[in-house]
Design a protein around this ligand. Structure first.
Ligand code: G1P
Length: 302
């Protein structure tokens, strides 16, 4: 039996400039997909995979995240006095027990590797998960739970991967694959955001990681990589040989909620799945589909 994954890091220090002005005074991780903030989806996914301690690496202007996972006594009292018990339950689902949650700050925006490194003392010497709330995964079995199952079989580092079109490799960490059974791909190296021509494959890391603490030793070096940032991908890559590295082609659909298109699509997809909203959403889509002019559609019949 492998050491259990008890802790998860949520790097939430990023500025969210792509969603301005919405994110001027609100963290991008608080953007809702339908009616739930992105960060809560990530937290629930971690919880469903057995995580018990939640570590947020925050930055300036992110206090709404702390408030979101805290008690809200006045709101609870109001809901209770009005007999709104369903809403009360819903609210309580986003609360964390005392001592289950920790916040630390990334004081400078030096990259994802640096954000993870900021949580090193809170994690200590045990394996842990990292979840990027921008990457939202819709799946029957939550993505991180699928990864923990694989981790329990193969150990080492396990990341979620998917094949992307070659012209998009510059947006991801890419695996240099040595063995691939179609579901699990073992890597002999990793490259952060390579140009399509230089990418060793098109198998890309999405924001879910199960990592061994050895990665902190590499992050300690504070070496800069792509974009002059301290990259998690580079630190993981340097532990290959000592720590096995596998990518899992998870079952489910990933939405890139760091982009407007991905975020909008996630809203549509999650609304369609909701018993209370799905039928209305389908009607709305049909109504608008009929109204879309040929000019708006990217592919015309010409
Ligand atoms: C980060 C990682 C990258 C990974 C991606 C997944 O990049 O550095 O390796 O593929 O997340 O979303 P970012 O999107 O923060 O630029």
């Amino acid at each position: 039996m492998k050491k259990p994954i008890r802790k998860a890091i949520f790097p939430v220090g990023g500025l969210g400039t792509r969603f301005l002005p919405a994110t001027k005074a609100m963290p991008k991780e608080m953007l809702p997909v339908v009616d739930k903030p992105l960060i809560q989806y990530a937290l629930e996914e971690a919880r469903a995979a057995g995580v018990e301690e939640f570590i947020f690496v925050t930055g300036r202007g992110k206090s709404a995240i702390e408030d979101h996972f805290d008690n809200s006594t006045e709101l609870e009292q109001t809901l209770e006095s009005r007999g709104k018990y369903e809403l009360l339950d819903l609210m309580r689902s986003s609360m964390l027990e005392p001592g289950q949650v920790a916040y630390t700050r990334q004081q400078e925006p030096l990259g994802l590797g640096h954000a993870v490194w900021c949580a090193r003392h809170l994690v200590g010497d045990e394996p842990f998960a990292v979840l990027l709330a921008d990457d939202l995964v819709m799946a029957e079995e939550p993505c991180l739970a699928q990864m923990v199952e694989v981790y329990n079989e193969v150990g080492g580092n396990v990341v979620a991967v998917m094949d992307v079109p070659r012209d998009q490799t510059h947006r991801y960490g890419i695996l240099d694959v040595i063995h691939d059974d179609g579901r699990i791909a073992e890597a002999q190296g990793l490259v952060e955001k390579p140009d399509p021509a230089d990418a060793p494959s098109t198998l890309s890391i999405i924001g879910r990681y199960v990592l061994q603490p050895e990665v902190f030793r590499e992050l300690d070096r504070q070496e800069r990589g792509a974009g002059d940032e301290i990259q998690l991908t580079d630190a993981m890559s340097r532990t290959i040989g000592e720590v096995p590295f596998n990518g899992l082609r998870f079952e489910g659909t990933r939405f890139d909620c760091g982009s407007k298109e991905g975020f909008l699509e996630a809203n549509v997809a999650f609304a369609l799945q909701r018993p209370d909203l799905g039928a209305d959403m389908a009607e709305i889509i049909e109504r608008y589909a009929g109204l879309i002019s040929r000019e708006t559609r990217r592919v015309s019949s010409s």
